[in-house]
Ligand binder design. Structure first.
Ligand SMILES: Nc1nc2c(ncn2[C@@H]2O[C@H](COP(=O)(O)OP(=O)(O)OP(=O)(O)O)[C@@H](O)[C@H]2O)c(=O)[nH]1
Ligand SMILES: [Mg+2]
Length: 407
C-alpha cells in the first residue's frame, strides 16, 4: 500500500513499491495486490481516509491476504486503528526490514543488535490493556531472534533493552581495544559501504581471500568482517565489509548497529560500492550518502566503485565516466580490480585533511604531537581548550579522533 503525496511522482512511488515488494519477498511473504491512493496528508488516526480503508479491507478479502504492508511509517495508534478496521495485520516498511534482519542475524552480536532494534520498535506499540503481544500471531513483522521475548510485558521489555545495551557496549569495548592494537600497527583502514546487494561482500572476497557469504538477497551481511591485503607499494591495508544500506533505513537499526557502523566513521577511506547494473544506481548512491550523513560519516573520504560491469547491459563503465575519480569493476570476474587497488593506494596516500582539534589546556604533549605529525596552521585559546587547525594524513586523523571538534 502506497500513498501518493504531493511532490512525489507516480514513477517514484512505483519504484519505492517495487523495492517494498522485493523486501516483502525477502521476508518470505507473497505479494497479492498493490494499492495506491492519492492524498494531501496522512490521516492522523488511520493514515488513509475511512472510505479507502474499507476498500482496502474488501481487496484483502478478495485476494485472501492476511497482512497489509505500508510503504510509509505508521504511528503506533494508526497501526492499531488500521488493524481493528482491516481485521488483519497492518505493518510498515520498517517492520519488514526489521523482520529480514531478524531472520539473517547469525552471531551473538548480530542477534543482540537486531533484538535491540526490534524491542525499540515494539515498545511504543505494546497494547495498553493487558500489555501483551501474544495476540499477534506469527508472520512478517512479528518474528524475533528469541520467540520468548515477544511475550514479555513492558517492564521486562525495558529491562531487556538496558541489558542488551550494556552487552553491546561490552562487545564494543572489546572491539575498541582490538582497534587500538591495529592502529598501533599503523594500518590504513578501508571500509566497504553501499546499498544492500551491491556486491560489497563479493568485492571483499575478490580483494582479499576472505570467504564471506554472498547471496542474491537483501541484507545478507549483518556482521562486519575485516581482512587484510597488501597494496602494490607493500603497505598493508585492512578491508572491512559492513551491513547494506537502503533508502529510509529504520533509525532503530541505525542506533542498534552503531558499534558495527563505527568502522565506517573511523575508516581512512570508504569504498562506496554501487550496483552498476541497477536502473536505480543514482538513487541508491543518494540513499547511501544520506545514511552516511546520519551516522556522522560524511567527512570520511569516499571512492565510488561501480560494480557488476560484467552483467549484460550494465552501465558500470558509463557511470564511472560520469563520476570523476570513480572506478568500475566486476567483483565476479575480477575485471579491473588492479585499477581499483591502485586507486585505493593513491587515495590513501593523498588522504591529507585539515581538521579542527580541541585540546585541553594542560595537554601540551598533544599539541607537541600535532606539530610533530602534521602541519599546524594556527592555534587559539577558547574557554578551556586550545583550538588547533592542523593538516594531518589519515593515520594522524585517526590518532587524534578523540580530540576532534564536533563538526
Ligand atoms: N554478475 C555479477 N554479480 C555480482 C557481482 N558482484 C556481486 N554479484 C552478485 O550480487 C549479489 C549480491 O552480492 P553480495 O556480495 O552478497 O552483496 P552485498 O552488497 O554484500 O549485499 P548485502 O550484504 O546483502 O547487503 C550476489 O548474488 C553476487 O553473486 C558482479 O561483479 N557481477
Ligand atoms: Mg554482504
Amino acid at each position: 500500500m502506497g500513498v501518493l503525496f504531493p511532490g512525489v511522482t507516480p514513477e517514484a512511488l512505483d519504484r519505492q513499491l517495487d523495492e517494498l515488494a522485493l523486501l516483502v519477498d525477502t521476508a518470505g511473504a507473497d505479494v497479492a495486490a498493490r494499492v495506491i491512493q492519492r492524498r494531501d496528508s496522512p490521516d492522523p488516526a488511520t493514515f488513509l481516509g475511512s472510505g479507502k480503508v474499507q476498500e482496502l479491507r474488501d481487496i484483502c478479502l478478495a485476494v485472501d491476504s492476511d497482512t497489509v504492508v505500508f510503504e510509509h511509517n505508521l504511528s503506533p495508534a494508526q497501526q492499531r486503528n488500521l488493524e481493528k478496521i482491516l481485521g488483519r495485520t497492518a505493518i510498515d516498511r520498517t517492520a519488514v526490514i526489521l523482520d529480514i534482519f531478524a531472520q539473517n542475524a547469525r552471531t551473538p552480536e548480530g542477534k543482540a543488535q537486531v533484538e535491540l532494534a526490534l524491542l525499540q520498535y515494539r515498545l511504543p506499540r505494546l497494547r495498553r490493556a493487558g500489555g501483551s503481544l501474544s495476540q499477534q500471531a506469527g508472520g512478517i513483522g512479528t518474528r524475533g531472534p528469541g520467540e520468548t521475548q515477544l511475550e514479555v510485558d513492558r517492564r521486562r521489555l525495558v529491562h531487556r533493552i538496558h541489558h542488551i545495551r550494556s552487552e553491546l557496549k561490552q562487545i564494543d569495548r572489546t572491539r575498541g581495544v582490538q582497534r587500538q592494537g591495529r592502529e598501533r600497527g599503523r594500518h590504513r583502514e578501508v571500509t566497504l559501504v553501499g546499498y544492500t546487494n551491491a556486491g560489497k561482500s563479493s568485492l571483499l572476497n575478490a580483494l582479499t581471500d576472505a570467504d564471506v557469504v554472498t547471496e542474491n538477497r537483501l541484507f545478507v551481511t549483518l556482521d562486519p568482517r575485516t581482512r587484510q591485503r597488501q597494496l602494490p607499494g607493500g603497505e598493508t591495508v585492512l578491508f572491512t565489509d559492513t551491513v547494506g544500506f537502503i533508502s529510509n533505513l529504520p533509525h532503530e537499526l541505525i542506533e542498534a548497529f552503531m558499534s558495527t557502523l563505527k568502522s565506517v566513521q573511523l575508516a581512512d577511506l570508504l569504498v562506496h560500492v554501487v550496483d552498476g547494473a541497477s536502473d536505480d544506481a543514482e538513487l541508491q548512491i543518494a540513499s547511501v550518502r544520506e545514511v552516511l550523513h546520519e551516522i556522522g560519516a560524511d567527512a570520511v573520504p569516499e571512492l565510488l566503485v561501480f560494480n557488476k560491469a560484467d552483467v549484460p547491459g550494465s552501465r558500470a563503465r558509463d557511470l564511472a565516466k560520469l563520476h570523476e575519480g570513480s572506478v568500475w569493476v566486476s567483483a565476479l570476474t575480477g575485471e579491473n580490480l588492479d585499477e581499483l587497488v591502485a586507486t585505493i593506494g593513491d587515495r590513501l596516500r593523498t588522504g591529507d585533511r585539515v581538521i579542527t582539534l580541541h585540546l585541553p589546556l594542560d595537554r601540551g604533549d598533544l599539541l607537541a604531537a600535532a606539530h610533530r605529525e602534521g602541519e599546524v596552521l594556527d592555534t587559539s585559546i577558547e574557554d578551556e581548550y586550545v583550538v588547533v587547525h592542523v593538516v594531518l594524513d589519515s593515520v594522524g586523523v585517526a590518532r587524534f579522533a578523540e580530540w576532534r571538534a564536533a563538526p
